[in-house]
Design a protein around this ligand. Structure first.
Ligand SMILES: Nc1ncnc2c1ncn2[C@@H]1O[C@H](COP(=O)(O)OP(=O)(O)OP(=O)(O)O)[C@@H](O)[C@H]1O
Length: 489
């Protein structure tokens, strides 16, 4: 019997059993070998049409002419006894010995508990199936029981009998995907997967000529992948935290916005895990401010556009449907610029989903990550993470953009820029005197813009977090500033 011929009652009950606790995902990803992308797609489609995801999975798999016996074997591998019981009437009796095998074994999966409790199989078996010899068509063996080999596999999902799995091949351990990895795959499933070989070729075998920079987690290379300019972040092999970085990047860098650096894909299959981003031809804001590129200094108009774009991106993250996303590491090195100097926020390795609901204002985290000179006291001392942390960091970046003073300068009396600017304000010093020396006193100077940046910086770095503006307020303030000053250079 083909899957699409399953009797309505059996199909319905299987859907019920496998929808519980998302067992269908295990079936689809670990056993039918669908990619995480497909699993996600099935889930989305089912949600869109308010239907059972298992049913959606069966429809897809069934289109490849898979048979009930094949499904039976996969359920056997999952040790899902209620589902096996349910499907038993639809398969050749020779397969029932698999069910007996589980019934006689004490190792039936604890994970089936929920399903067992709620089992309403239309036809219960009494465990007394006969052990008739298997049909001649069966050629391969699984756990001592031969399996059919006659299915037509003309689609993307490999045969359940193939020994190599897409997921296990893709695993950084080189072995079968473990639960953690499967969890990652489930969550990152909308991000395309790339092969290590492809990326090696794209970067000319990780050529030093293509090296764009280095960060705490690895190196970033320029490359061309399928005629698309890309930046490939190759994560350090010995870096224990790389999986964390990878997971966070993949799970959280999925918010699509003009001012968020798009993650094009990832690769878990090679000696090092890689993340692939849009290539930002303008480099990082850090490089531009510190004159580390061959480009001319930024004009005020460009600085304004960068400040505006970053505020726009952050207010977007902070206002995500009731759950703000806190970036946690806003600094010039993580603000990338495209060829038109449009900024995109990158590096979501430290990003966190923020406090849920309006009554929750912060999260208490177990460890503080990030770059110290950009972090406020309440986060460093009491580990309170809230969107106000990003606001604070943004304030420091605003002042850096206006003055190119270092966020931390050990030769300065007040080493932290976030504190230094408050001292300056207290002393009544005109911030325009601190304007970036490259443009101060030139035709490109813009003292009022410098004061405005400084003033936003002061507001954002207020000691008390509830006295800081929200990113939306900052964004609006910048918008308002644009109109009367439209002709600044
Ligand atoms: N998409 C990109 N396009 C162009 N250059 C990039 C891109 N991503 C990163 N870079 C360059 O590579 C450098 C290293 O980036 P990476 O994100 O690894 O580290 P970082 O942010 O500088 O430091 P850390 O991750 O330790 O905080 C950046 O400073 C930037 O110059």
């Amino acid at each position: 019997m083909y899957i699409y011929e399953l009797p309505f009652e059996i199909n319905k009950e299987l859907c019920r059993l496998l929808d519980i606790e998302d067992y269908w995902k295990e079936l689809a990803g670990n056993h039918m070998k669908y990619s995480a992308f497909d699993v996600n797609d099935i889930e989305q489609t089912a949600r869109r049409f308010s239907m059972s995801p298992t049913n959606q999975l069966f429809t897809r798999w069934g289109q490849l002419n898979h048979r009930a016996e094949e499904l039976f074997i996969l359920l056997y591998r999952m040790k899902h006894i209620p589902a096996l019981n349910c499907l038993a009437p639809a398969v050749n009796k020779d397969f029932h010995k698999l069910l007996n095998k589980h019934k006689n074994s004490s190792s039936a999966k604890a994970a089936c508990h929920t399903a067992l409790v709620q089992d309403k199989s239309p036809q219960k078996t009494d465990g007394s199936f006969s052990s008739i010899p298997l049909p001649v068509m069966l050629m391969e063996k699984v756990d001592g029981v031969q399996q059919p080999t006659s299915s037509i596999h003309n689609g993307t999902a490999p045969s359940p009998y193939e020994t190599s799995s897409d997921i296990s091949k893709d695993s950084s351990t080189g072995g079968r995907a473990n639960n953690d990895e499967y969890e990652i795959m489930k969550r990152v499933s909308s991000i395309p997967k790339m092969s290590y070989e492809e990326l090696k070729e794209a970067t000319d075998n990780w050529s030093n000529n293509n090296l764009l920079g280095r960060g705490g987690f690895g190196q970033v290379f320029k490359g061309e992948w399928k005629h698309l300019p890309v930046a490939v972040k190759r994560l350090q092999r010995e870096n224990d935290g790389r999986n964390k970085e990878l997971i966070a990047e993949m799970c959280l860098n999925q918010y699509r916005h003009d001012n968020i650096l798009p993650l094009y894909g990832y690769c878990l299959g090679g000696p090092e895990a890689c993340l692939v981003y849009q290539l930002m031809a303008g480099g990082s804001l850090e490089q531009r401010l510190r004159g580390k590129t061959h480009h001319p200094p930024l004009t005020w108009s460009q600085r304004y556009n960068i400040a505006h774009g970053v505020a726009r991106g952050l207010q977007f993250l902070h206002t995500m449907a009731g759950t703000p996303l806190i970036h946690g590491d806003i600094k010039p090195a993580n603000i990338l610029l495209d060829q038109c100097l449009m900024p995109k926020i990158g590096d979501f390795g430290l990003a966190r989903k923020g406090p849920y609901g309006e009554d929750r204002t912060h999260l208490k985290v177990s460890r503080v990550f990030g770059t110290r000179p950009y972090l406020p006291y309440e986060y460093l001392s009491t580990r309170c993470l809230s969107p106000a942390v990003d606001v604070y960091s943004y304030g420091v970046v605003m002042v850096e953009m206006a003055t190119v003073l270092l966020a931390l300068d050990r030769d300065r009396k007040v080493q932290l820029l976030s504190q230094h600017i408050h001292e300056i304000a207290k002393l009544g010093i005109d911030p325009a005197t601190l304007e970036d020396p490259v443009i101060r006193g030139t035709a490109y100077s813009n003292p009022s813009m410098c004061r405005e940046f400084f003033s936003i910086g002061l507001h954002c770095t207020k000691f008390k977090r509830n006295e800081r503006p929200t990113m939306l307020e900052v964004f609006k303030r910048l918008n308002a500033f644009q109109t009367p000053q439209a002709n600044f250079t």
